[in-house]
Design a protein around this ligand. Structure first.
Ligand SMILES: Cc1cc2nc3c(=O)[nH]c(=O)nc-3n(C[C@H](O)[C@H](O)[C@H](O)COP(=O)(O)OP(=O)(O)OC[C@H]3O[C@@H](n4cnc5c(N)ncnc54)[C@H](O)[C@@H]3O)c2cc1C
Length: 417
């Protein structure tokens, strides 16, 4: 009888769950063992973190037990990954357990690291300095916003890349609407401090989103590279010695891949796994892939990117194990709803080569979603996404959106001056 082959998936978040569930349907159970390793049994729907500070979701509405989200026939091992030994095709857990593999998928994502900015984790942490990239942070911020009586609120990004790069902008737009609804907008000064030269990474979207900041009277502090936080004076201080004081700071700490990636000699300076951006195979390793936020591909770190990437990866992986060439080529396709406040959102759709453009999606002229312009339908799309996430994306059910970005429905546009 043929030897059982082992696929080991590190990380049971968005990408790891989709990989395991999709391949469980395609690989013969008698020949393939699929195991997922994660440090805990709580899977969080991270896009929901954005709404928790404003009372849009309760914390218990965005989490489910990981085990229940994995298909029958996928084993789950709970434990912290200590290192990968690529030469021995083995993963070692912190408790000493050793797991062998024939193929390895690294899907351990990226994590906010407040410890990387001096002064961030001091006495002001979760007193006047908050993040919303963790469930605990978003929950604590909900209380802080309710208690906030006015002053300067600074929304801040330490450095790029971060997961969901539009989320801090969405937070700023939602905060502006929230204070208006509470009748206290005139008592709140809103500042958006970013290391980027504008509101966003790509010129056309940056101009559009920048004018939305202007309209809402949210001051943009661009090219702001924070060096440290003075917790006594509650001030952000940049490398070029600019200072921004705050009463409430909502920061996105430095995002980094998992430390074990560096310990295993598989990471770059931010612990992301260098891969071929079209096949997602780790450079220099024939049997290791990295999918989702854990890889260094020059695409947005987003669940939508992970989903489209898994589509391409699945075909490639099946070809690869059958000894055929991997002909599928991932194009960096991303699409993200951007909440604008007041029950409206934008949608952006782009890839490695094409920046977000205006138009309609997914059907040209029909939509129903509008690209790069706020609409109510887009906002409903964003809210509906939570259901789609649990019931279609994670189980690996086919959804009728092509993995590759399409130019159909998009209009060419020059960036605004
Ligand atoms: C506030 C916010 C809003 C967002 N909004 C959107 C959005 O609107 N649209 C969108 O597409 N994306 C959005 N995202 C991004 C999206 O959630 C992520 O890109 C996506 O979850 C990435 O999936 P992943 O599998 O790569 O990583 P994750 O889903 O983060 O999974 C990584 C897993 O690895 C495990 N792990 C890590 N290290 C170890 C270790 N040493 N040992 C054991 N286990 C380990 C973790 O426990 C985790 O379960 C948002 C994210 C945030 C924070």
């Amino acid at each position: 009888m043929a030897k059982t082959r082992r696929l080991l998936v590190l990380g049971g978040g968005t990408a790891g769950t989709m990989v395991a569930n999709t391949l469980r349907r395609r690989l013969d159970r008698r020949q393939w063992q699929i195991t997922v390793v994660d440090q805990n049994d709580t899977h969080a729907y991270q896009p929901g973190f954005l709404f928790i500070p404003f009372g849009g979701y309760r914390p218990d509405e965005v989490v489910k037990p990981r085990r229940r989200l994995l298909a029958r026939g996928v084993d789950l091992v709970l434990g912290e990954i200590d290192r990968v030994e690529p030469v021995a095709d083995t993963v070692v857990l912190a408790d000493g357990q050793r797991l062998g593999y024939d193929y390895l998928v690294i899907a351990t994502g990226t994590t906010p690291r407040p410890d990387q900015t001096p002064g961030m984790l001091g006495a002001q942490w979760r007193t006047s300095i908050f993040d919303f990239y963790t469930l605990e942070g978003a929950t604590a911020l909900a209380d802080a916003l309710r208690a906030f009586d006015g002053g300067r609120l600074v929304v801040h990004i330490v450095d790029m890349p971060i997961k969901c790069p539009v989320a801090p902008l969405e937070f700023a737009f939602l905060a502006e609407a929230y204070f208006r609804e509470r009748g206290m907008r005139d008592r709140v000064e809103l500042v958006y401090a970013t290391p980027l030269p504008g509101a966003f990474t790509k010129p056309i979207a940056s101009a559009e989103l920048g004018s939305m900041l202007d309209e809402r009277k949210i001051a943009l502090e661009a090219d702001f590279m924070v060096e440290r936080i003075d917790e006594d004076t509650k001030t952000l201080i940049s490398y070029d010695e600019r200072e921004i004081g705050f009463d409430l700071l909502v920061t996105v700490p430095l995002n980094m891949g998992a430390d074990f990636v560096a310990r295993s000699g598989l990471g770059d300076e931010l612990n992301y796994v260098p891969v071929d951006k079209h096949t997602l195979r780790a450079k220099g390793h024939d049997n290791i892939f990295a999918i989702g936020d854990a890889s260094n591909i020059p695409a947005s770190k987003a669940g939508s990117v992970a989903h489209f990437a898994v589509d391409v990866f699945t075909g490639n992986f099946l070809a690869h194990i059958a000894g055929r060439p991997m002909t599928g080529s991932f194009d960096g396709h991303a699409n993200c709803f951007v909440e604008a406040g007041d029950g409206r959102a934008l949608l952006i759709d782009f890839n490695y080569d094409v920046e977000p453009l205006p138009g309609r999606y997914p059907l040209p002229h029909v939509g129903p979603f509008r690209l790069l312009r706020p609409s109510r339908v887009n906002h409903w799309g964003k809210l509906a996404f939570r259901w789609l996430y649990w019931h279609a994306l994670l189980p690996g059910r086919p959804i009728p959106l092509p993995a590759h970005m399409s130019m159909a429905g998009k209009q060419h546009q020059e960036p605004k001056e």
